[in-house]
Write a protein that binds this ligand. Structure first.
Ligand SMILES: Nc1ncnc2c1ncn2[C@@H]1O[C@H](COP(=O)(O)OP(=O)(O)OP(=O)(O)O)[C@@H](O)[C@H]1O
Ligand SMILES: [Mg+2]
Length: 237
């Protein structure tokens, strides 16, 4: 059985900047896989290649066994691959409710959209209290919850999360990762991009480390946590 997501030898460039070179990784159904690396390593580019927001120069991307490396981005989303972008881009002038509804705008199943809306508010009770509030006035942690909630409204089979811990206090990071863990336990497959290696390695089952657009290291997260070079470079020990 193929894994839910499989990248084989994927390269991508921005003009003359080679951002990814021959990256191969896979995400088994039901797992959380982490993609780590320092600034500019190519993490966001990897997610954007999967979402079809940057062109794939060479290599293959398979989702659920089917090639998607040449698909239009909206079709990838409809197929169940949904990305939560880096840097908390909520629709600031829209209410929390409208932001969540935007996540479902391509869906044509109003009944199950309503059911998902309620389910998501059960996950994030803070958002339920603030449905009418303008999203731009939410706290950083609440905006991150809203972004994840909005992505869930699109019914993902695979969630691509780009640095959910960015700019959040340690308490909020714990809280967000608590939600991520729960979503996964309820069956959602997640590819998690993080600079916070400590929290990512304790949440994921397997991890890949990118350096300068190439895979430098991979392994079971449990083992990478005890790897000397990982501890020195990414865990600050
Ligand atoms: N739109 C773009 N145009 C030109 N170069 C880009 C563009 N986006 C990214 N790059 C370059 O590609 C490389 C990889 O960038 P990428 O955003 O994938 O890194 P990242 O691992 O997500 O970093 P960070 O942790 O800072 O978000 C970097 O050298 C970056 O400068
Ligand atoms: Mg990035």
């Amino acid at each position: 059985m193929p894994d839910l997501l499989e990248l084989t030898g994927v390269s991508a460039s921005y003009g003359r900047i080679q951002a990814l070179s021959g990256v191969s990784l896979s995400v088994p159904e039901g797992s959380i896989v982490a993609l780590l690396g320092s600034n500019g390593a190519g993490k966001t580019t990897t997610l954007n290649a999967i979402s079809r927001l940057v062109p794939v120069q060479s290599g293959n991307i398979r989702f659920d066994g089917k090639p998607i490396e040449s698909m239009a981005s909206h079709r990838v989303v409809e197929g169940g691959v949904v990305q939560v972008p880096e840097g908390r881009e909520v629709f600031r002038d829209m209410s929390v409710r409208e932001n969540l509804e935007m996540g479902a705008y391509r869906r044509k199943d109003p009944k199950s959209v309503r059911a998902d809306f309620e389910r998501i508010l059960d996950y994030f009770p803070k958002l339920r209290e603030r449905l009418q509030q303008r999203a731009g006035t939410l706290s950083g942690g609440e905006q991150q919850m809203l972004l994840i909630g909005r992505a869930l409204m699109a019914r993902p089979r695979l969630l691509l999360l780009d640095e959910p811990s960015l700019g959040l206090s340690p308490v909020l990071v714990q809280q967000i990762f608590g939600f991520i863990d729960r979503l996964n336990k309820d069956g959602l497959t997640i590819l998690l991009v993080e600079q916070n290696a400590a929290v990512a390695l304790s949440t994921s089952s397997y991890a890949y480390i990118l350096e300068n657009g190439e895979l430098a290291l991979q392994g079971a997260s449990k083992e990478l946590r005890h790897d000397d070079s990982v501890r020195r470079t990414y865990l600050g020990h």
